[in-house]
Design a protein around this ligand. Structure first.
Ligand code: MRU
Length: 354
């Protein structure tokens, strides 16, 4: 299993995803601002993984706090939470994880715990977010395997793998689950311009696992589908609105439209922490616009003429009617999503979303 992120006593350690696959470098973030910077600059990325990173960053920041009294400690805590929340706007797992840390902090304050006890509690909560995410990915893998036919040729976009989660992955978890269930699968990974999560990260993970994988440029998806060589599409998600509209990496919507045209089932795999019932539909999902340099430059070389306009929205929204099912740790949710998504939380509310 790939070590995406781990907590050490005085640091949060993560593999630097900007350097893969050429180099396996681990980054040791020793302060909360260093963790926030790592999220912002994509050392770590992928919705569940940045949620875990933010939670660990908050716990690390508070572990290092010099505050003696609970009031000063609380003021620092909320500041660190704000810093984490300012890193990336689209993936709701980030805000979900921060909310969980706040609830945990609130519980400690109510119980009259000391600063040292609160520090321990925050460490435990961050680790629980990590461990639960890993368990959710494994559950998604088991449920998702059911929709994967034997000998399936699966197209995925971006990286929704072990690197994007606490481990195992969401969309790649489904692929791994199918393989563990004894099915033969081959994967087509869209390269995912401009950050190349598909070409660099998904391909790296799957090749390491010995799963036959072919990388295509994003613009090849339609032609490949037309040849009849794709049976299924599985992607991850950054935020799923209450009606099932799904924000995921830029280019996902194009893949969904093409899948519909070619009668290929299009599945989304995501944990409940990616579902945002407070956002009614895709139009209300904030879409991150990243630095133009990610588009204008490749490995330090400039591709475009100076003075040209550049757009770099990092995500798009796939309307719910393109989605055959949403694979979660609670099972596969189907349309009408307004009902099935709400129902999926009914038991969860008792455990982690109180
Ligand atoms: O910009 P990124 O690399 O953080 O975007 C990641 C994606 O869009 C993933 O598909 C999504 O977060 C799901 S990860 C399990």
């Amino acid at each position: 299993m790939l070590p995406t992120i781990a907590r050490e006593d005085d640091a949060v350690v993560m593999i630097d995803q900007r350097k893969l696959p050429a180099r396996e470098v681990y980054v040791r973030c020793k302060t909360a601002p260093e963790v926030a910077r790592a999220i912002k600059t994509m050392v770590i990325r992928g919705a569940p993984a940045i949620g875990v990173a933010a939670a660990m960053g908050v716990a690390l920041g508070m572990r290092k706090s010099q505050a003696r009294g609970t009031q000063k400690f609380a003021a620092e805590f909320y500041k660190v939470c704000e810093l984490m929340a300012s890193t990336r706007p689209t993936a709701v797992n980030l805000f979900w994880a921060i909310e969980r840390m706040k609830r945990s902090f609130g519980g400690a304050a109510e119980a009259g715990e000391s600063v040292d006890q609160i520090k321990d509690r925050l460490d435990r909560e961050a680790q629980a977010i990590h461990d639960e995410d890993l368990a959710s990915c494994r559950a998604m893998g088991a449920f998702g395997a059911e929709v994967v036919p034997d000998n399936a040729r699966i197209l995925t976009h971006c990286n929704a793998g072990a690197l994007a989660t606490a481990g195992y992955g969401t969309a790649l978890g489904v692929i791994r689950g199918a393989v563990e269930a004894g099915k033969r699968v081959t994967v087509v990974a869209g390269e995912t311009r401009p950050f190349l999560q598909g070409a660099r990260l998904t391909a790296w993970e799957l090749v390491r696992d010995g799963i036959e994988t072919t990388v295509i440029t994003d613009s090849m998806a339609g032609a490949i589908m037309r040849q009849g060589t794709i049976d299924l599409v599985v992607v991850g998600a950054d935020r799923i609105a209450a009606n099932g509209d799904t924000a995921n990496k830029i280019g996902t919507y194009t893949v969904a439209v093409l899948a519909r045209e070619h009668n290929i089932p299009f599945y989304v795999a995501a944990p409940l922490s990616t579902i945002d019932l407070h956002t009614p539909d895709g139009q209300h999902i904030p879409i991150e616009e990243r630095n133009a340099r990610e588009v204008t430059h490749l490995a330090g070389s400039q591709l475009t003429p100076v003075g040209v306009g550049i757009r770099n929205p990092a995500f798009d929204v796939t309307p719910h009617h393109f989605i055959a099912g949403i694979i979660t740790e609670r099972g596969i949710l189907r349309a009408p999503y307004t009902e099935s998504l709400k129902r999926a939380f009914e038991t969860e509310a008792v455990t982690t979303r109180t």
